[in-house]
Design a protein. Structure first.
Lengths: 356, 158
């Protein structure tokens, strides 16, 4: 009688075996395997006990969407929903280092009837169509005329100069409108990516229009400073609302919600521990990519305090630690300023990443 | 919808499923919170026995997030897995509970969370496979690798 491999026994013990019957029969008949099963069960019980003590982070209650008052109810609701969903639905990784603030803006005006989800959705679609119509060819129909049902891509100019390097944009599609009366809560990440605006600027500087799928509305919005006031000393955040009639559609309003965290000046901040993970694959081997990264890191290291720590990991086909976390006053600053030969420790000089 | 009930009942496993798939704590928190919100909305206050469905929703949300993550692809640091096959005598059972917990916490996210789905949430093999959107055999590969990692982690600890 051949005993099954230990891997099979463990699969059996943990319920990962699709055909259990032969193993069950074997274990019943084989004393050695029965003993192994007992050992496995003891291990699994120990693991189950230990697993109970692992601390898991608690999920936070999501922030409430602000209720909207009368003149804004029809238009702003859907624009806000659009904005919020842009943040949550169209971007994958949004590192929310800050907790989402609970935004509770309660208007004193009585509740007004709100558009249904379908109405909101239709309104959002027509609004977007209008915007696209205005953005696309000059020969496009005037604002009042209904445009094509699907979001028409703005055509690229025919004479193509060299396009900016990054051209792999994907259209995220449109989010449906949300009836804020029915869905009062939402989540979004407080991050401030602005790359989409820089991409557009780079296209425009070359005399080209940015491709529509490269446009991330929230990153355009985030690019600018709005002079939102700082929160009072005892508060972590200040939320500011601004509304104005929409330039894109009559009777609609745009609502901007600004969230500003309290200022921490350079001297008061805590020491930073920064790990840079840098793509050094072949595609990065251009002066405006890896070269830019290196120059940016030089600038950054120059601004760090001696007690800040910096680590460097590079990856191409595999990942490699180039610089273990070290105080910027020692190896970090030195390696940044002198660009010496390669090693991977704090005290010794460190290589800058090279492609390949 | 009562967020506290929902979170107490399904929060851990929704988070664990999201973390197993995404292997990124921050992103998984966002995705799990969103998924839980969606679950609450769909259940409309009724939070009884929707285990399987809840796992599917969480898994789908995490996989969607993974697909959208094109701007931020992650590469695993190379780490050798020591093949520490279970001998005839128990190994984990001889260690202190605290040490096993510490070893669990020290594991890379994917390995740790798949172990927690099994040993903390008591999900069956087929349930884990379903939630992660993979076959039972693939789920076992992850589980088996995680167990080996745990043992090699334990043997490295003082």
């Amino acid at each position: 009688m051949t005993c099954p491999p230990i891997d099979t026994l463990q699969r059996f013990a943990l319920g990962f075996l699709e055909d259990e019957a032969p193993v069950r029969a074997h274990v019943a008949a084989c004393a050695a395997c029965a003993k192994r099963m007992t050992a496995l069960d003891a291990d699994h019980a120990a693991l189950a006990a230990a697993a109970k003590d692992v601390v898991l982070p608690k999920l936070r209650r999501p922030a409430s969407r602000p209720a909207l008052w009368k003149p804004l109810a029809a238009a702003a609701g859907l624009l806000l929903a659009f904005g919020v969903y842009q943040l949550t639905a169209t971007r994958g990784a949004a590192p929310a280092a800050l907790p989402a603030p609970a935004m509770a803006v309660r208007p004193s005006a009585p509740r007004q009837p709100r558009p249904t989800a379908e109405e909101s959705y239709e309104a959002a679609r027509s609004e977007l169509r209008l915007r696209y119509a205005m953005d696309s060819e000059r020969s496009a129909p005037p604002v009042e005329a209904p445009v094509t049902p699907a979001p028409p891509p703005a055509k690229m100019p025919e004479a193509k100069p060299e396009p900016p390097a990054a051209t792999t944009f994907r259209a995220p599609g449109f989010n449906p409108g949300v009836d804020t009366a029915k869905e009062t809560q939402s989540t979004f990440a407080l991050d401030v990516d602005t790359a989409s605006y820089a991409v557009a600027r780079s296209y425009l500087q070359r005399g080209m229009r940015p491709p529509p799928e490269s446009v991330r509305v929230e990153e355009y919005v985030n690019y600018f400073r709005y002079g939102d006031p700082a929160p009072p000393a005892d508060a972590g955040f200040l939320v500011r609302l601004e509304a104005a009639p929409s330039p894109f559609a009559k009777g609609k309003h745009l609502l901007r919600i600004g969230v500003r965290a309290k200022d921490v000046d350079d001297a008061a901040r805590k020491d930073a521990v920064l790990t840079f993970v840098i793509d050094v694959s072949g595609s990065m081997q251009q002066e405006n990519r890896l070269g830019l990264v290196k120059r940016s890191l030089h600038h950054l290291v120059d601004r760090l305090r001696p007690t800040d720590r910096v680590a460097l990991v590079v990856y191409g086909s595999t990942a490699r630690e180039v610089l273990t976390a070290c105080a910027s006053g020692t190896g970090g600053r030195r390696s940044a300023s002198t660009r010496p030969a390669r090693t991977a420790s704090c005290s010794a000089p460190t290589a800058w990443p090279t492609t390949g | 919808m009562n967020w506290d009930d929902l979170s107490r009942r399904y929060g851990d496993r929704v988070l664990l499923v999201a973390r197993s798939i995404l292997r990124d704590e921050t992103l998984a928190m966002d995705v799990a919170q969103d998924a839980l919100l969606k679950i609450g909305r769909a259940l409309n206050g009724d939070v009884r026995n929707h285990e399987a469905w809840v796992l599917t929703v969480a898994g789908n949300a995490a996989r969607d997030a993974l697909r959208r993550q094109s701007r931020r692809r992650e590469v695993a640091m190379d780490k050798d897995v020591v093949d520490a096959r279970t001998p005839d005598a128990p190994m984990l059972a001889r260690e202190s509970r605290e040490k096993v917990t510490a070893a669990l916490e020290a594991l890379p996210a994917g390995a740790r969370d798949v172990l927690l789905l099994k040993f903390r949430e008591n999900l069956s093999g087929p349930q884990i496979a379903e939630a992660l959107g993979i076959t039972i055999a693939a789920a076992w590969q992850q589980m088996s690798r995680a167990l080996k990692l745990l043992k090699s982690q334990l043997s490295e600890m003082p």
